[in-house]
Ligand binder design. Structure first.
Ligand code: ZN
Length: 216
């Protein structure tokens, strides 16, 4: 990818889980290494299951570790002044300061490549992904295949014990017995337990009133 004489721009690789975002980030980083660019890769420290890119090795035998960071600010302090390319994996887990950090890097003529899940399990924008996609020069949205119907999958289906998880759960669930699968918009299910519970309570209360009316 070439954007003119000066480097310094933002690329976003977005999409659903299982769509190959980390592989695409790796591919771009490998090509930058072949072009003898100085590359640093960071990732959110969050949860081992979301480990993403761990270690990248190039054809000449040199390896790059993806450095886990706790906050976006940590990236600012860890970037070397001579770095040409910065990759960030699982960027949706980082705090909102990541937007200004990425802008700052691009202004310093760093090519920034971020990969992240664009929607949470409810189908809402995930973390700073929406803002990052808006300020990026290049956005790629990758898809997976819906395990239900075989169409293009754009959603993350959270399952608890094999059943669609309710909307009330936390966006980032650490531990627990839940799993995920890729689904299309039509097959994506997010039951609203709270609303159904309330309807049920109202129905029960109405029944109780009806009983009382009978006894009067
Ligand atoms: Zn489907």
């Amino acid at each position: 990818m070439h954007h003119g004489a000066h480097e310094g721009w933002i690329e976003v690789i977005s999409g659903v889980m299982f769509s190959g975002k980390s592989e695409e980030l790796l591919r771009r980083v490998r090509r930058a290494l072949i072009a003898k660019k100085r590359v640093q890769v960071f990732k959110s420290h969050l949860d081992r299951r979301y480990a993403g890119v761990e270690r990248l090795s190039s054809h000449n035998g040199s390896a790059i570790e993806a450095v886990p960071v706790v906050s976006a600010r940590e990236i600012r302090t860890r970037v070397n002044p001579e770095t040409d390319v910065v990759g960030i994996d699982e960027v949706q887990f980082l705090d909102s300061e990541v937007v200004s950090v990425v802008r700052w890097l691009a202004r310093r003529r760093v090519r920034v490549i971020v990969a992240g899940t664009d929607m949470d399990f409810r189908g809402e924008p995930f973390g700073s992904m929406g803002e990052l996609m808006a300020i990026a020069e290049v956005v790629d949205k990758l898809h997976a295949i819906c395990v239900q119907c075989g169409d293009l999958a754009t959603r993350n289906q959270r399952l608890i014990d094999g059943e669609p998880a309710p909307a009330e759960g936390p966006v980032i669930q650490i531990g627990g017995a839940e799993s995920y699968e890729a689904r299309c918009r039509q097959c994506h299910e997010v039951p609203e337990v709270g609303r159904h519970q309330m309807e049920l309570e109202i129905a029960v209360e109405a029944d109780a009133w009806a009983d009382r009316v009978q006894y009067w």
